[in-house]
Design a protein around this ligand. Sequence first.
Ligand code: PMP
Length: 381
Amino acid sequence: MSKEKLLLIPGPTPVLPRVLEALARPTVSHVSPEMVRELRESCENLKKIVFSEKGEPFIISGAGTLAMEMAVLNTAGPKERVLVVSQGYFGLRMGQICRAFEIRHDVLGCEWGKAVTPDDLRAQLRRNFYQVVVCTHVDTATGACSPVEKYARIVREAGALFIVDGVCATGGIPERMDGWSIDVVFTAAQKCLGAPPGLALLVFSERAMEKRRSLESIPAYYSDLLRWLPVMHDPAKYFSTPCVNEIRALHEGLRVIMEEGIEARFRRHDLHARAMRAGLAALGFGLFTEARFEASTLSVAVYPDGVDDQAFRATLYDNGVVVAGGLAETAGKVFRMGHMGNLSAADVLFALGAVEKTLEALGRGFKPGAGVAAARAVLEA
Ligand code: PMP
């Protein structure tokens, strides 16, 4: 990333030069042959990333929060009930969205750093009938990854539609829509897909599309997927002007993923996560997320006693790496480091080297080289 800082916040993630070059290509007509081809290919690649044969992909200007809104508005009817399965921050946001649209809902939560267990979900689905269940795959505030495959089975048995917020997971952690029976997966361009922010992406299963059609009108205009469907089938049609350059960048970003291979990409995310966490632990950091729920897309590192959050992150920045602070109840106690998208093993080692330099600058005692060595041991095993 030349003189740039290595952007290791949990989204947006570093954007490869070839993707930035695609962003800088001419702003073509939204109905031009180039755009038609690039949007079509992007839709096909998006389906491959979530393992959906017959789903309907949607690529819409906006960000993850728009995708959250679109997912529930297009599946939950006026008198229906939604269950929001929440690990914390982004589950609560989903609850707020339901409230804003007066959708009846319950939030099934858990302690931060954990995920709701399949047994707790099953028990809740026995207590009440819900037409729609929505979960966060990885909560970006807590680093907790939910057992989506297990949830999917339980939700299917209960006869509800199942929506997965994949904003911090899709393209980095498996989400097998057809195989696991997931009805909607949504994400945003700026996380594991490694494209610049600005696009909301959703894939609706056939069942989810049937559900949308059965609702007739919904309290949305721009967010109504039935207005977008003709455009996604034939991008030469107009509904609302798409952000052409963003789509060109996403198109290139998705090509990068296809070249790497999606399964190889999942393995790389897992390897880098293990290396990063081994390095952080060797330098005296705790890990906020309970081990069995750790996501391979980010780590939430707990400061050793006496390390000041502001000073740490400012010094780390000077050493070339940008990380994020904690949100809500974790503010000041943790930093969040994303390792998703197009990171290399060299980036992981560089980041840990920068953390070491930062600890040294702050006068903290640690074994020099221990972080990098621990990560190398994982990477080279
Ligand atoms: N869901 C999750 C899990 C997220 O991490 C985020 C963003 N951090 C969102 C939803 C909202 O996405 P955006 O910021 O792109 O609106």
